[in-house]
Unconditional design. Structure first.
Ligand SMILES: *Cc1c(COP(=O)(O)O)cnc(C)c1O
Length: 366
């Protein structure tokens, strides 16, 4: 279906940097080096600098970034990893893929981020790590989470897939945990033209470990120290990401301005889901809550406006995790948010007129 106002539209971005991306492809094509080349190396340096960490390692997706982070820390069968019940499924899948058990925690009503006051209650002798997810582009309470982790000897792995460029008390998200993961899936704030992800860390041993794991467990060609994977970031995607990284802050500001416009038109009575002020995050998504969400979404659709739901089923109630034995009512806030959240159109190039129209329709329905 063709929407008058789509949830996301790359047309404007492609207008702005299409030529640069085409030139990048042309250079890439004739450089004769398609895997683990110079572009990846440059991108890793630039993304590390951007994230204010010593190392960034490009990998094939956000999911593999979380999975390889867990593996680099030696987390596996018999171990437990704490994460929010309200996130994209990949956060939990990575824990399952290494053979560990995901242990869910409810989220904060105001932000949808993991509720740090509920973490200590689920820590056991098997707990090895906490994965805070900076939901919708806004940082979790990293001071509290770091304190809890230090107190119990746990690792922290930030899931920074939605928050590239955000800060938490002056520190970049993705620079605070022991080892951190992000995604360059096209709709993320820093999106490739395909799949991609990265790990960021200040720990040189973990960085080396991940570099080996993503490339068949090898640090020297045809010598394999461990059972590794093929989980590299493509040279072509790295080249495109180098172009897009230059615009990330600029587009981040634009997203903030668009979020401010929504704030201006939507009344206080319509609740927005986010942590703190718009200025502290990167407004990956603009999410409202509505107790008649499904009707509101259908109504917006009839008016030609596309919205999405992030996320309609909390992880503990997903069929894939039925075996863990969680039930309805275990995480009431995650469950309520999953019934009430609605993500409104937000992307660089969206106009104030269109935002105004979306808001008028919401207000009329309200
Ligand atoms: C997108 C996303 C991921 C997964 O990234 P992929 O690159 O799609 O594998 C993980 N966690 C969160 C919070 C995400 O939004």
């Amino acid at each position: 279906m063709q929407y008058e106002i789509p949830f996301l539209d790359f047309t404007e971005i492609n207008k702005r940097i299409g030529k640069e991306l085409e030139d990048t492809f042309h250079s890439f094509l004739y450089a004769n080096n398609y895997i683990l080349g110079d572009q990846l190396e440059y991108f890793e340096k630039e993304y590390a600098m951007y994230t204010q960490v010593a190392y960034s390692i490009g990998v094939s997706s956000g999911l593999s970034a979380i999975e390889l982070s867990l593996r680099a820390l030696g987390i596996g069968p018999e171990d437990e990893v704490i994460l929010p019940a309200f996130t994209f499924i990949a956060t939990a899948l990575a824990v399952s893929h290494v053979g560990a058990k995901p242990v869910f925690v409810d989220v904060e009503e105001e932000s949808g981020c993991i509720d740090s006051t509920k973490i200590e209650a689920v820590i056991t002798t098997k707990t090895k790590a906490i994965i805070p997810v900076h939901l919708y582009g806004f940082a979790c309470d990293m001071d509290a989470i770091t304190r809890i982790a230090e107190g119990h000897g746990l690792y922290v792995i930030e899931d920074n897939a939605q928050a590239q460029g955000a800060t938490c008390k002056g520190k970049r998200t993705g620079s605070i945990g022991h080892i951190n993961a992000t995604s360059f899936y096209p709709v993320k704030n820093l999106g490739a033209l395909g799949d991609g992800g990265a790990i960021t860390t200040n720990d040189d041993t973990l960085a080396e470990k991940v570099k080996s794991l993503r490339n068949y467990g090898s640090s020297e060609k045809y010598r394999h120290q461990e059972i590794g994977f093929n989980a590299r970031l493509d040279e072509l995607q790295a080249a495109f990401l180098r172009v897009k990284l230059k615009y990330l802050d600029h587009w981040g500001l634009e997203r903030q301005q668009l979020a401010n416009i929504y704030d201006k038109y939507l009344p206080e009575t319509i609740h927005k889901v986010r942590k703190g002020n718009v200025a502290d995050g990167v407004s990956h998504l603009y999410v409202i809550r509505h107790n008649d969400r499904d009707h509101l979404q259908a109504h917006l659709k009839r008016e030609g406006i596309q919205t999405l739901i992030h996320y309609p089923i909390p992880i503990h109630l997903q069929e894939a995790y039925h075996f863990l034995g969680y039930k309805n009512g275990d995480f009431p806030i995650a469950e309520r948010l999953s019934k009430e959240v609605l993500s409104l159109p937000l992307y660089p190039g969206l106009s104030e007129d269109k935002i105004q129209r979306v808001c008028e329709i919401i207000i009329a329905h309200h």
